[in-house]
Design a protein. Structure first.
Length: 155
């Protein structure tokens, strides 16, 4: 169990394996470690308006699955007219690659005195590096195929 942070691509990409990024150590580091290059990766997080509505107990007009009672819509109501969730944000993979590579560099070059307190039994620096390397591979595929991305969270 735990929170996972992983890349979502705007559309299908050849060679992309959605299970390639575990993302648990990545999520913990981005939201808990005091390393600016890691914290900056949180800026690439986004969520769809449908997900925001679902979290609020609503479904949006045109969400046929929800209207028909499919897809876990039980107990959700139509969103009120003033409910306006933000649009899903998408980012260029080059920007994400630069940020991920900066985070990798920061972790690899961090003095032991910085990483010692972060290297706990639950969240080791090498696990974060492994997650970031997997994210880097996904973003390279996205860049090659000119597909935008954002990070999403699984709880």
């Amino acid at each position: 169990m735990g929170v996972s942070l992983y890349p979502v691509l705007e559309h299908e990409v050849a060679g992309y394996d959605a299970t390639a990024v575990v993302g648990k150590a990545f999520a913990h580091a981005v939201y808990n470690w005091p390393i600016p290059a890691l914290v900056a990766l949180g800026d690439f997080f986004s969520v769809s308006p449908e997900e925001v509505a679902s979290l609020a107990g609503y479904y949006l007009p045109g969400d046929e699955d929800a209207e028909e009672g499919e897809g876990g819509a039980a107990g959700r109501k139509p969103a009120p007219p003033d409910f306006q969730p933000p649009a899903e944000a998408w980012y260029e993979p080059t920007a994400g690659l630069n940020a991920v590579r900066e985070a990798l560099r920061a972790l690899r070059e961090a003095p032991a005195s910085v990483t010692a307190g972060l290297n706990t039994r639950k969240n080791r620096v090498e696990w974060v590096i492994s997650d970031l390397e997997a994210v880097e591979r996904v973003l390279l595929l996205a860049q090659e195929q000119e597909v935008r991305f954002h990070f999403a969270m699984d709880i």
